[in-house]
Design a protein around this ligand. Sequence first.
Ligand code: HEM
Length: 139
Amino acid sequence: MTDHEQDNRVDLTPYQAAGGLEGLTKLVDEFYVNMDTLPEAQTIRNMHAKDLTEARKKLTYFLSGWLGGPMLFQQHYGPISIPGAHKRFPIGYEERDAWLLCMERALAAQPYSPELKDYLLAALSIPAERIRQVNAREI
Ligand code: HEM
């Protein structure tokens, strides 16, 4: 079975369709390469520590559980609220869109079906928008 056939199977979790921990590690690595290099992402890159090792690990672990795989973030770091974890950063429309742009480009570089890429970007847009709303005190 090829990667493309595999991620079209209806009985797979999004975690499995995304290639499990190995696939998510590649996705998150690419995401942070984009954050490091895209001019649109400079503001959000500056919110992060110089060394992105821990940020990469945390996002990979979070996505694992969030997409139906092992709850690695909680196992290693304890409970998390995504809006709560971002309250200390000034995240408005531009910052939200820059984050999603890094993710869209990272998804484009993965061997996923177009359907899976669209699904993941749409799914991630929801917590990204929620972070913006909570920071703007809209909710
Ligand atoms: C809306 C745009 C977003 C921006 C600008 C943003 C930015 C950040 C920043 C600056 C950090 C701290 C990194 C550090 O300590 O060096 C962080 C942590 C984190 N972000 Fe985001 N983020 C965004 C959206 C998201 C989304 C949508 C998710 C998950 C679906 C996410 C998951 C995480 C996780 C799991 C952490 C680690 C939290 C912790 O340290 O406890 N982020 N983010």
